[in-house]
Design a protein. Structure first.
Length: 118
């Protein structure tokens, strides 16, 4: 049974930092591309960042230069380092895994809440 478990969310002040983690089990983590998505209240889920199994990354324009995705295959974990956060970053953050770039994401985590407020 595949599980993706996010952690690290919480309340942070504008301009602050937070690091999200997503630990996978039940799959060969190093074979999977990983992504972070977020969904704010009343809005559709949106792409945040992607890292391939080989370590290539991409980030949404809205977070480029502030957020960084990384992975540690030895720990079966993908991270999202969030710096200089803004109130508009408030959302539930989800990680997801996909085996192939030709298909949709195969597995999703349950999400972790990030709230940016003073």
């Amino acid at each position: 049974q595949v599980q993706l478990v996010e952690s690290g969310g919480g309340l942070v002040q504008p301009g602050g930092s937070l690091r999200l983690s997503c630990t996978a089990s039940g799959l060969i983590f190093s074979n999977y591309h990983m992504g972070w998505f977020r969904q704010a209240p009343g809005k559709e889920r949106e792409f945040v960042a992607f890292i391939s199994w080989g370590g290539s990354t991409s980030h949404a324009d809205s977070v480029k230069g502030r957020f960084t995705i990384s992975r540690d295959n030895a720990k079966n974990t993908v991270y999202l380092q969030m710096n200089s956060v803004k109130p508009e970053d408030t959302a539930v953050y989800y990680c997801a895994a996909r085996y192939s770039l030709r298909t949709v994401y195969d597995y999703w985590g349950q999400g972790t809440q990030v709230s940016v407020s003073s």
